[in-house]
Design a protein around this ligand. Structure first.
Ligand code: ZN
Length: 401
């Protein structure tokens, strides 16, 4: 991967180049990046930059190259993820009870996953390998019914890392280990401490995390941390246009609601055809007008769509409520909102007051939090329906058709 394939992050890229140019590369870096900010793509681009023949042999004039050349044998191997001096560790699952998986068992899936979903998260990855195993690769991982296997970076993997990094480098002079999601190391990570503290010469640990508070403190204290900011709204918008061929107007709308999370933007793009408004109208009608039978039917329906979509639906509702609050506050036309959303937001303003809207947003956020933690969907949506009823019933004349 090239630096130019990583969205935004210009400052961090310059900083990394600078470390290489001035030989100030430490032996253990942690790239801490929120979901959808591009931590893994950046680590891949950086590792290619380090091994690139042009960069590592310093075979250029006075200007230190800002980018790996992309065409030397080292770059080609790095981009295909077959460079013998770049190793990868990532969480994996047992294929059958009692086996002792290591990351390399899944390397073919890993390469394919990176090429398809470089901004994917751990959930996407675990779905992906589960699907590969079940022979159902044609489904978008975000839509795949989750198996409940937890990923792990295992004790055996730690043993493998120790073994691989004690070998001499094959080609580049540098040996690099990219570890994605060190959050999944557990106490096994303590097996790596000695290696991280006193690594063999020319070894680089490149850890990539989303949540550094879940990393073993013993590891955290031994690495230099590089924190990635989220890409800007306009960077995401440009990326949607140039990478996915999204029309500028739609890209602008997606970028505006994805909370600067590129994975989320792609996710919403994937489901742009979903009729969230229709589903929402049905729900509000069941709550306010048609009553318990319709509510049960609606809860059954939403319980079947999978938790990623449930989250998206709730996020969409929050988005509409935020638009409604914005319209109310600014007391003028929101010119950048699509007609149907503006219409819906205006109707929300007629039927609910500000306090109710804020209370609903709070409930929806709480529900998203619980969905992410595997709450039982039916119970959650039943409880949420009742809470919304109590919030909304305060306004008896509510009409939402
Ligand atoms: Zn190169």
């Amino acid at each position: 991967m090239l630096f130019s394939q990583v969205i935004g992050q210009q400052e961090i890229k310059a900083k990394l180049r600078n470390l290489v140019e001035h030989n100030r590369l430490s032996h253990a870096l942690l790239v801490q990046a929120p979901e959808g900010a591009g931590g893994l793509p950046l680590a891949l681009a950086f590792s290619q930059y380090i091994v690139c023949d042009r960069v590592s042999e310093r075979s250029f004039g006075n200007d230190f190259p800002a980018e790996s050349c992309g065409i030397c044998p080292a770059c080609i191997k790095a981009s295909q993820m077959i460079h013998p001096d770049i190793h990868y560790s990532y969480p994996v699952v047992s294929k059958k009870p009692g086996d002792k998986p290591v990351s390399a068992d899944f390397i073919a899936d890993w390469r394919e996953f990176i090429s398809l979903f470089p901004y994917g998260n751990i959930f996407d990855w675990l779905q992906f390998i589960q699907q590969a195993e079940d022979g159902k690769k044609d489904i978008n991982p975000q839509d795949y019914k989750p198996g409940n296997k937890q990923g792990n970076i295992t004790a055996h993997e730690c043993h493998e890392i120790n073994r691989k990094l004690s070998l001499k480098s094959f080609e580049s002079g540098y040996k690099i280990l990219i570890m994605w999601m060190p959050e999944y190391l557990g106490n096994e990570g303590n097996r790596l401490l000695k290696l991280i503290e006193e690594p063999p010469a020319d070894t680089l640990f490149l850890l990539v995390s989303e949540n550094e508070s879940l990393i073993l403190p013993t590891i955290l204290s031994r690495v230099q941390i590089i924190r990635l900011p989220r890409p800007s709204v306009s960077e995401i918008q440009d990326a949607l246009v140039s990478r996915s061929g999204v029309a500028p107007e739609q890209a602008r709308q997606l970028a505006a609601v994805c909370e600067q999370n590129y994975r989320e933007a792609l996710n919403q793009l994937q489901h742009a055809q979903d009729d969230w408004q229709g589903l929402l109208r049905e729900w509000l009608n069941a709550i306010l007008k048609t009553g318990p039978v319709a509510q049960v039917k609606w809860v059954d329906e939403i319980s079947r769509i999978g938790r990623e979509k449930q989250k998206q639906f709730l996020q969409y509702f929050i988005h509409l409520l935020e638009q409604a609050i914005r319209l109310r506050m600014m007391d003028r036309e929101a010119e950048d909102l699509p007609e149907t959303e503006k219409d819906f937001a205006n109707r929300l303003n007629k039927t609910t007051d500000l306090a109710a809207q804020q209370a609903i947003v709070k409930e929806l956020n709480k529900s998203i939090y619980f969905i992410e933690r595997n709450a039982h969907a039916k119970m959650l949506f039943h409880a949420l329906t009742i809470r919304l009823y109590h919030i909304l019933a305060a306004r008896e004349e509510a009409v939402l058709t």
